[in-house]
Design a protein around this ligand. Structure first.
Ligand SMILES: C[S@@+](CC[C@H](N)C(=O)[O-])C[C@H]1O[C@@H](n2cnc3c(N)ncnc32)[C@H](O)[C@@H]1O
Length: 166
């Protein structure tokens, strides 16, 4: 898969994955973003080959390349996102996503399955949110956490207007 030209005219929520490790999770997230209408942004390197035939076959029906941006590394991502509001989802935050007002053009960043995001990324991001969990539970699955947050974000920024029209 080639690196895409980043389309800055896109209006709407963006889901960003930091160096994802597990192809099944990325495939599920590609499908969720395609079905619910969100742009997906993937910060490479990934822990698997995006060109892998089995991966391509699984995402084939949902892989609209206009809706996916690839960044060669996190420097490129943060450089291009200088003007954007980036919200980090992490188990290490004290503010729950339920207390947060999302905006239409937010970029919501998720960490890699094995290690989240590095400490320096934590430090540079002003907005850090968590999904509250039961005591002594380590973390949610990456694709599950994306689905929870994307639903809340769309509920606040897009679905409300649709409901009002009915
Ligand atoms: C499997 S988790 C990573 C766990 C990793 N060992 C860590 O300590 O961050 C993958 C990603 O899913 C998201 N995530 C999972 N559970 C979450 C939670 N309860 N609150 C916020 N984000 C969560 C985060 O973005 C996390 O980096």
């Amino acid at each position: 898969m080639e690196t895409m030209t980043h389309n800055s005219s896109y209006q709407g929520v963006k889901i960003a994955l930091f160096e994802p490790d597990i192809p099944q999770n990325t495939a599920a997230i590609i499908r969720t973003c395609a079905c619910l209408g969100a742009k997906l942004e993937i910060i490479e390197p990934c822990g698997f080959l995006l060109s892998d035939k089995r991966f391509k076959r699984v995402v084939m029906d949902y892989m609209d390349e206009k809706n996916i941006n690839f960044y060669q590394n996190s420097n490129e991502f943060f450089q291009e996102k200088k003007e954007d509001r980036i919200i980090l989802m992490t188990t290490k935050a004290s503010i729950s996503y339920t207390q947060f007002k999302f905006q239409k053009n937010d970029t919501i960043l998720f960490g890699r399955e094995s290690a989240g995001v590095p400490e320096n990324v934590h430090k540079i991001l002003k907005y850090r949110l968590t999904i509250p969990m039961e005591n002594n539970k380590r973390s949610l699955n990456l694709a599950s956490s994306v689905a929870i947050i994307l639903a809340e974000c769309l509920k606040q920024t897009k679905w409300t207007q649709i409901l009002k029209k009915i």
